[in-house]
Design a protein around this ligand. Structure first.
Ligand SMILES: C/C1=C2N=C(/C=C3N=C(/C(C)=C4\N[C@@](C)([C@@H]5N=C1[C@](C)(CCC(=O)O)[C@H]5CC(=O)O)[C@@](C)(CC(=O)O)[C@@H]4CCC(=O)O)[C@@](C)(CC(=O)O)[C@@H]\3CCC(=O)O)C(C)(C)[C@@H]/2CCC(=O)O
Length: 211
């Protein structure tokens, strides 16, 4: 028999104590810190803190949007499935259009990925929404292009795509362009990111709690 911890609450307690002991969270404000802690928890990497960037009003804007019933728009089904529905304040709609039947033709027409084409289909739903891009760099680039062209403003962009091709660049563009576009953001600079970290950030926005 292996000797290991089986009490879920105690696993969480020790986990968050370890994160707080090993992470330098000093650059993050109070509400950003609680979101960052959940992101670090999902990544299992305490040095993630150094790369996390949260714009000044991102957490407040995201929480207010969710309380007022805004939808969550995601690039990947993995992000959508990671949202803990019980944490959502008003049973907010969680939307991923990647499997919409219009997507393959639209992607071919636009000459881009299915992930980016699905973003195009968000349309007016973008207005005041909580956007979460956790997988596809092309989805984040396409969103920034749509916003620059005058698309409705989401309340916050949780933009944390992962990978080697375009991920760091798309997140640098988000940070550089957000103020000019009038959007709040939560991101992780560099190659790291992904659906789990993004879903964790959404779950932290969905319910305020001290960890
Ligand atoms: C280039 C792509 C990347 N995908 C990565 C990592 C993961 N992707 C997984 C899965 C299951 C999916 N990835 C797609 C989004 C698919 N991935 C791509 C694209 C080819 C292009 C996106 C882009 O570059 O912006 C993309 C297909 C598209 O046309 O948009 C997915 C839709 C593919 C599919 O199954 O059809 C699918 C998402 C399904 C869903 O959740 O809805 C992985 C689980 C990989 C695997 O299956 O082994 C993994 C998940 C990572 C995560 O945490 O989300 C990268 C690394 C992001 C990479 C982009 C950058 C790079 O460096 O290559």
């Amino acid at each position: 028999m292996h000797d290991y911890l089986t009490d879920g609450a105690e696993i969480y307690r020790r986990s968050f104590a370890t994160i707080r002991a090993e992470s330098d969270l000093s650059d993050l404000s109070g509400d950003a810190e609680t979101v960052a802690v959940r992101m670090i928890h999902a990544a299992g990497q305490t040095d993630l803190a150094a790369d996390i960037r949260v714009s000044a009003r991102a957490v407040a804007a995201g929480r207010a949007a969710l309380r007022s019933g805004a939808p969550i728009l995601t690039d990947a089904n993995m992000v959508a499935h990671g949202v803990t529905r019980a944490r959502l304040p008003v049973d907010n709609e969680v939307v991923c259009l990647l499997r919409d039947p219009r997507v393959p033709d639209l992607a071919a027409e636009l000459g881009t990925t299915r992930s980016a084409a699905a973003v195009q289909l968000w349309g007016r739903k973008l207005d005041g929404a909580v956007v979460a891009i956790g997988n596809a760099p092309t989805a984040l680039f396409h969103l920034l292009d749509l916003l620059a062209a005058g698309a409705p403003r989401p309340a916050v962009v949780v933009g944390i795509p992962v990978g080697f091709i375009g991920a760091a660049e798309s997140k640098d563009a988000l940070v550089a362009e957000a103020a000019g576009l009038g959007v709040e953001y939560i991101t992780v600079l560099g190659r790291r990111g992904g659906s789990a970290i993004t879903a964790a950030a959404l779950n932290a926005l969905a319910r305020e709690e001290e960890l």
